[in-house]
Design a protein around this ligand. Structure first.
Ligand code: PLP
Length: 400
């Protein structure tokens, strides 16, 4: 271990930023009359809808249940097909499977890990004669997929677009903020601690379609209606009974409690500051890493996209460096630097191999082979990117 390596604090690849006013907001919620559904659910939904420029926001228990509520509201059912990029977290694909639908994995651009119009076009040829219901582009690391192009292709095939925007709260594009749903029926978010704002577990869907939002709200709480009763037992004296509710479909308990919505309201007010800080730190990384190209490269931002930068992904030519990714990760860790890989191609997971067999998606394999996520979160110090880059250079045997 190099001299002094033990002195500096360990830098994880990502972490939440919780400040005193966040704590105070949670404590106030704990002292209120509501622990689960209460007024803070509506407040968080209104604040999120406003922050991303959508008409409706529906908060729920996590990003996975957000994706499930969205595909359910889109009518995804057994026999249908959803197209999902191979480079994503497994939840993007699993939400289709919860509804009994099949997943066709689209390849990605090997330089960015993003689904493109070309990779989607190729994936559509593998749908065969089956009904395509939804295409789920993933804005990896906050870099946006060209959703206008995806929408054209999806609509021509009779499908809706549901954005997996779990990395992209705070990302802006020329068509508006991610979550404004300029080219999608819905966008799904996660507030897991490593994401841009945190509620612990937590998620949300935004949409401009009131009916779509109503379907998600109903499914979020058991498929229960508390108005518009269909059977006469719901009424005494011609008026709706106060205790009555009707379960009209199979739903779930995917609610986000008031206590966590309190944290959400507090955190979303800080979104612009968190994003600005991420961009500043990422800018430092870009400058500092530039001399090490092409052995180490940062991922280019799509034209016009101002990403929220959920992750600082670099691509390393491990073969040229003569080190395995595991050796690099272990040596970084020994210097107090965390790293992570986003993501193992989903079609390579045993569950999906078992369903669909061996598949060849060369863009996903190439991206996976080279990617490594380095520490990036608002609480990092101004000099931390230099510390990380020095460690990367030392581990790879590069001296500037
Ligand atoms: C985090 C994440 C999810 C799932 O979110 P959870 O809140 O952990 O359930 C889904 N998709 C992507 C791309 C994610 O990063």
């Amino acid at each position: 271990m190099p001299d002094g390596a033990g002195a500096a604090p360990f830098l994880p690849y990502g972490r939440q930023t919780i400040e005193d006013d966040d704590l105070a907001a949670v404590v106030a919620a704990l002292k209120s009359d509501f622990l689960t559904t209460g007024p803070l659910v509506d407040r968080f939904e209104a604040a999120l809808a406003q922050a991303v420029g959508a008409e409706h926001a529906v908060v729920c228990s996590n990003g996975t249940t957000a994706l499930h509520l969205a595909v359910h509201a889109a009518g995804v059912k057994p026999g249908d097909v959803c197209v999902v990029p191979a480079i994503t977290f497994v939840a993007t694909a699993n939400c289709a499977r919860y509804q009994g639908a099949d997943v066709v994995f689209a390849d990605v651009d090997p330089a960015t890990g993003l689904m493109t119009a070309d990779t989607l076009t190729e994936a559509l040829t593998r749908v065969g004669g089956r009904p395509l219901r939804a295409v789920l582009p993933v804005h990896l690391a906050g870099n946006t997929v060209d959703t206008a192009a995806v929408r054209k292709l999806a609509e021509a095939a009779g499908a809706v677009v549901i954005e997996d925007a779990c990395h992209a709260v705070g990302t802006r594009t020329p068509a508006g903020p991610v979550g404004a749903c300029a080219d999608s029926v819905a966008a799904c978010f996660s507030f897991h601690p490593v994401k841009t704002i945190a509620t612990g577990e937590g998620g949300a869907i935004t949409t401009n379609d009131a009916e779509f939002a109503a379907r998600m709200r109903r499914a979020r709480s058991h498929g229960i209606e508390r108005a518009d009763f269909s059977i006469a037992d719901g009424f005494d004296d011609g008026r709706p009974n106060p205790w009555w509710y009707e379960q009209v479909e199979l739903g779930w308990n995917y609610r986000l409690p008031d206590v966590l919505c309190a944290l959400g309201v507090s955190q979303i007010a800080k979104l612009d500051r968190f994003v600005a800080r991420r961009r500043f730190l990422a800018g430092r990384y870009r400058e500092l890493l530039a001399p090490y190209a092409p052995l180490v490269r940062t991922v280019a931002t799509p034209a016009g996209c101002e990403p929220a930068l959920h992750l600082l992904q670099v691509r390393i030519d491990f073969e040229a460096a003569g080190l395995s990714r595991r050796e690099v990760a272990e040596r970084l860790r020994a210097r107090g630097i965390g790293s992570q890989v986003h993501y193992i191609p989903v079609h390579r997971q045993p569950y999906y191999r078992g369903l669909y067999g061996e598949q060849v998606l060369p863009g996903a394999d190439a991206f996976y082979a080279s990617t490594l996520s380095l520490p990036l979160y608002p609480g990092m110090g101004d000099e931390d990117p230099a510390r990380v880059v020095e460690a990367v250079a030392a581990v790879l045997g590069l001296q500037s």
